[in-house]
Design a protein around this ligand. Sequence first.
Ligand SMILES: [Zn+2]
Ligand SMILES: [Zn+2]
Length: 144
Amino acid sequence: MTEPELPIRGGCLCGAIRYEISRVPAATAVCHCRDCQRTTGSAFAPVISVGQRSFRLTSGEPRIHELAGDSGRRVRRFFCGDCGSPLFGRPDAMPRAVNVLVGTLDEPDWFRPEMALFCGSAWSWVSIPDTPRALPGMPEAVPE
Ligand SMILES: [Zn+2]
Ligand SMILES: [Zn+2]
């Protein structure tokens, strides 16, 4: 991938929630799962996976929606209670990771997906990017 400028900053549509990421993401992906489609209202979700220690909120307190993920384990999705923007997710299956939706970054254009996840539920007109790894579900090894 191309390298982002650090710190990476982003936030929700209304600006109430702001965050900062101090390190280059451990992984970049597009996720075609139905939950990402529902929460973003879109065909797929571009996401970056960052370590929880390199992620911090700089303003606001997101609301949390909990559900059971594909693995049956809990996934917490964080969103702005004022404008409704989905911001990031914390799956229990990846306890040290924060999965940030790339559309919420201030400068998203450096992003290139290294993986395509849950390709089994990709919409038929969507062409899976030519990534090294196009996976039917989640990767085996998850970043810290
Ligand atoms: Zn907001
Ligand atoms: Zn997903």
